[in-house]
Design a protein around this ligand. Structure first.
Ligand code: 5GP
Ligand code: ZN
Length: 113
């Protein structure tokens, strides 16, 4: 846990968020600035700064499996969804607590910007 980390504070319920799912290792909540009709963030309960800093396969695996569960729960699994992990600043990471974006509910262009 990190005292000042935004997502650690959401996990501790110090900052409100619309939580949609919890697993043993993860919490999933709606992005405050959604980029698609469904935009959920899946974060490990343990503070890990980014994918580059991750070393626990159980935790990373749970993030991805929870993302798939969120997509099914949100009704976007069959139409299609994107799971994105921005890693470090050049890729657009702004919150340094590992998170998977789950985006869907509209057509998603490829390649991403
Ligand atoms: P990144 O840019 O690091 O890949 O993604 C960070 C995401 O966190 C952004 O999509 C941003 O909208 C979201 N975000 C930032 N602050 C908050 C917040 O206080 N609450 C929630 N629910 N999402 C946030
Ligand atoms: Zn954190």
């Amino acid at each position: 846990m990190s005292e000042s980390c935004l997502f650690c504070r959401i996990i501790r319920r110090e900052i409100p968020a619309a939580i949609v799912m919890e697993t043993e290792h993860c919490v999933a909540f709606r992005d405050v600035n959604p980029q698609a009709p469904v935009h959920v963030l899946v974060v490990p309960r343990e503070h890990v700064a980014s994918l580059d800093a991750a070393d626990d396969a159980t935790v990373v695996g749970d993030v991805l499996l929870a993302a798939a569960r969120v997509a099914r729960q949100e009704g976007i699994a069959s139409t299609g969804y994107r799971t994105v992990l921005n890693t470090n600043a050049g890729a657009g990471q702004t919150v340094f607590h590992l998170h998977a974006h789950v985006l869907g509910g509209r057509p998603l262009a490829w390649p991403p910007g």
